[in-house]
Design a protein around this ligand. Structure first.
Ligand code: FAD
Length: 320
């Protein structure tokens, strides 16, 4: 019979208290718990936190408001509240739709925006229960996806030989909308929030906690959109998703689930800049977005390249 590991659970009263518990080591913060508790229950990782620090007991971490031309969302705001917010839907449509397309109503009622951007990457070798594959991401020497079943893996290469993809549905919207992530230590551009030295991590220090998401109000005549392709319509992680903000001859476009971190489609943005968008421009931008994409040996994930191209095209047209 399986012996369940034990852990302490502390209700933090302030960010400072939570950070000091993190500093002591072997601790993890918990928000909605929809990702963290799964990784712990199934013992996906080699190390297991001794302490789980609950952030939900800290007051005033759950809000959506506009201040001085900036949308401010508390880190503990639930995805369902973001998806349903009239303010977010009207002015920051890509974010509202990204939140709305995440998982199921149940998970969106539990899951928070901070947890969504901090969730661990997806790869079935990495996430298999009982830490059965000691892969690169866990400090091992092999990426099992490289020679194995990699149909859902990166089309833009590996980071430190890891081919897992970032599955967040809100992250590409935050990058496209030029958002910043506020922590107890600093303000980080959304685009720079994911670490390229440790595959599938954020740049957060061990005692750093996301406290707020800030999104500058889009300029007049700008529109944003988010589109997700998943196998199932009901509940499913993205095979590819895409968010874009377009207007005044400028564009920001971000794909996700195609690489270790959200992938800004700079080449597609260049195609659009200074032009008014029509079907052929959107088509050319889609092609440019995946010009440097490569299927993995065996071509099992080649289909994702075509999907990414189409997602970029459709998202651009949805902004037009
Ligand atoms: C069945 C299922 C389907 C899912 N489908 C999708 C999907 O379609 N799209 C998608 O994007 N996601 C999906 N998810 C992933 C995830 O549950 C959600 O993204 C959710 O938003 C995570 O938020 P949470 O508050 O529950 O995070 P938690 O589980 O509480 O935390 C996740 C991670 O973030 C860290 N963390 C949490 N809050 C903070 C903070 N304030 N500062 C620093 N670190 C923090 C935790 O330590 C942990 O490592 C799915 C999950 C499940 C179980």
């Amino acid at each position: 019979m399986k012996t369940w590991k034990k852990f302490a659970h502390i209700d933090a009263k302030s960010i400072d208290e939570a950070a000091s518990i993190l500093r002591a080591g072997k601790a993890a913060v918990i928000s909605g718990g929809t990702d963290l508790l799964g990784t712990m229950r199934f013992e996906i990782l080699p190390a297991y936190p001794d302490v789980v620090v609950n952030l939900k007991t800290i007051p005033e971490m759950d809000y959506i408001r506009e201040e001085g031309g900036v949308l401010k969302i508390g880190a503990l705001t639930r995805l369902e509240d973001i998806a349903k917010s009239d303010l977010v839907r009207k002015k920051y449509a890509a974010l509202a739709e990204g939140a709305h397309r995440t998982a199921t109503p149940h998970i969106r009622e539990m899951g928070t925006i901070a947890g969504n951007i901090c969730q661990l990457n997806r790869c079935w070798y990495f996430r298999i229960p009982d830490n059965r594959f000691n892969c690169i991401r866990k400090g091992g020497k092999t990426c099992f996806a490289m020679a194995g079943d990699n149909r859902y893996h990166s089309i833009f290469g590996a980071v430190k030989m890891c081919l897992a993809v970032n599955p967040s549905d809100t992250a590409p919207a935050l990058v496209a909308l030029n958002a910043r992530i506020k922590t107890n230590k600093r303000l980080i551009e959304a685009e720079n929030f994911w670490d390229m030295t440790i595959p599938g991590s954020t740049v957060l220090a061990a005692d750093e906690i996301v406290t707020e998401i800030q999104v500058p109000a889009p300029a007049a005549n700008t529109r944003s959109a988010f589109i997700k392709f998943a196998i199932r319509k009901s509940i499913d992680f993205p095979i590819v998703n895409c968010a874009a903000m377009i207007g005044n001859g400028d564009a920001r476009i971000c794909l996700n689930a195609v690489y270790n971190k959200p992938y800004r489609a700079v080449k597609a943005e260049e195609v659009i800049k200074g032009k008014s968008v029509d079907e052929s421009i959107a088509d050319a931008a889609g092609a440019a977005a995946v010009a440097s994409a490569r299927a993995l040996p065996g071509d099992r994930n080649k289909w994702k390249i075509q999907i990414a191209k189409t997602m970029v095209k459709r998202t651009i047209l949805a902004c037009a």
